[in-house]
Design a protein around this ligand. Structure first.
Ligand code: HEM
Length: 415
């Protein structure tokens, strides 16, 4: 397959121009100062890796660039992805135990049962929306159960996530108009979470919110308002990204049917294939940082207090790091993609996202002998500068032949 063939994404047309622009930028000016937006855009793997690796020089706290807004401030108080050490470490440690590979692997049977239940819900239909039927509800049920909030409210979570992510603009950080647009959603979400947190305070439970209300940092209990952003981060980050990953896996396999056949024959290759899906279609196309001091990067002097936009989707296609980067290759090894970030902010939910994707893909490939994205179906995608993800993904499926007695399910659902 030539590079030009490989870069065509019939499944998500808007991705192609973005990738073409990023490739041009990477090759012509890998660190670019955008005077109009007053930001620095980074496109190469080595530079982005360096920025992510050095949180003292490249801060995650962007609050000074975001117009003051009450609802956003409440949400930000516990949102540790936007914090620097030492507070970041303290808050991250509080929830880390819930997300260790060992803790997460204990969820495998529940994830498998949920996946099967959701696919049973589709019945014998030969066409269904993969996002609505599986990729959205699976991670949202898992995270809601972990947090201890009612799964029945999941339509609200989707509405909030959709509204917070629906920005079609290419602006890097929210401006005043955008903050005002987001405010009612944030207010509704904050109020909802606060009421659950207060209930737990009155009657502690064994779920994550129950544990957070009892947790202490430096000898102090967290305030209810601090837990809001904390839980909001887990709720939103904990589902939309995994929804994206599942949809992206189906899109990549649809474009690469030989890889799908290989995974059906040998499910032990699924984890490596998931890493390649993450590299090829990272749910978050870009991250942001702020310089704390003047710094030299890629031969350019960047003053203090500048916004850096790190194009992860571009780093993942950098030919200085990846051989034949526009080719989807499930055998790529090593695969140092940056889709989960790197260093102190490395995605806390990565073990959970990987496990959910592995189990869901194993079951999908086992249950259906073919899964094809419906070309005439109504596919919908987020704007790829905001999120590389399908919103709606109709697929045509053909059920696998029934298994002979004792044939088993080829090592399914091992954590
Ligand atoms: C495919 C799925 C996922 C992707 C691609 C993803 C991506 C990321 C990225 C890129 C970061 C780093 C952000 C930065 O450095 O600025 C991050 C952080 C984080 N993610 Fe994920 N994520 C995924 C799933 C999850 C899940 C399932 C959860 C929770 C259950 C989660 C919770 C978090 C949290 C709490 C952080 C903040 C970590 C910190 O600042 O120390 N993520 N994620």
């Amino acid at each position: 397959m030539s590079t030009t063939d490989a870069i065509a994404h019939p499944n998500q047309p808007a991705l192609d121009p973005l990738l073409a622009w990023l490739r041009h930028a990477r090759e012509s000016s890998p660190i670019h100062h955008d005077e109009t937006q007053r930001i620095w855009q980074l496109f190469g793997h080595a530079d982005i890796f360096r920025v992510l690796s050095d949180p003292a020089t490249f801060s995650s706290d962007m609050s000074r660039f975001i117009p003051p807004q009450e609802d956003f401030e409440l949400f930000s108080r516990g949102n540790f992805v936007r914090m620097d050490p030492p507070m970041h470490r303290k808050l991250r440690d509080l929830v880390s135990q819930a997300f260790t590979p060992r803790m997460v692997s204990g969820l495998a049977p529940r994830i498998a049962a949920l996946t099967s239940e959701l696919l049973d819900g589709v019945g014998d239909a030969e066409r269904f929306d993969l996002v609505g039927s599986l990729a959205y509800p699976l991670p949202v049920i898992v995270i809601a159960e972990l947090l201890g909030i009612p799964v029945a409210d999941r339509d609200s979570f989707r509405r909030w996530a959709d509204s917070l992510l629906s920005r079609e603009d290419t602006g890097a950080l929210p401006d005043e108009a955008m903050m005002n647009r987001m405010a009612p959603t944030l207010r509704e979400m904050n109020d909802y979470l606060l009421s659950h947190i207060r209930q737990r305070r009155a009657r502690p439970t064994d779920d994550l919110i129950g544990k957070l209300v009892c947790a202490e940092v430096d000898g102090h209990r967290l305030e209810d308002e601090e837990i809001v952003g904390f839980v909001g981060l887990l709720l939103i980050a904990g589902h939309i990204t995994t929804t994206a990953l599942l949809g992206n896996a189906v899109l990549c396999l649809d474009e690469n049917p030989a890889a799908a056949d290989e995974l059906r024959a040998d499910p032990s290759a699924i984890p490596a294939a998931i890493e390649e899906v993450l590299r090829y279609r990272p749910p978050f196309p870009r991250l942001a940082r702020r310089t704390t001091t003047e710094v030299e990067l890629g031969g350019k002097r960047i003053p203090a207090d500048q916004i850096l936009i790190l194009w992860v989707v571009s780093a993942n296609r950098d030919s200085a790091q990846f051989e034949d980067p526009d080719r989807f290759n499930i055998h790529r090894k090593p695969n140092p993609h940056l889709s989960f970030g790197y260093s102190i902010h490395f995605c806390l939910g990565a073990p959970l996202a990987r496990l959910e994707a592995k189990i869901a893909l194993e079951i999908l490939l086992d249950r259906y002998r073919s899964i094809a994205v419906a070309r005439d179906g109504q596919r919908e995608f987020f704007s790829p500068t905001a999120m590389i993800s399908a919103r709606r993904l109709p697929v045509d499926v053909q059920a696998a032949r029934p298994k002979a007695k004792g044939e088993g399910r080829r090592g399914l659902v091992s954590a």
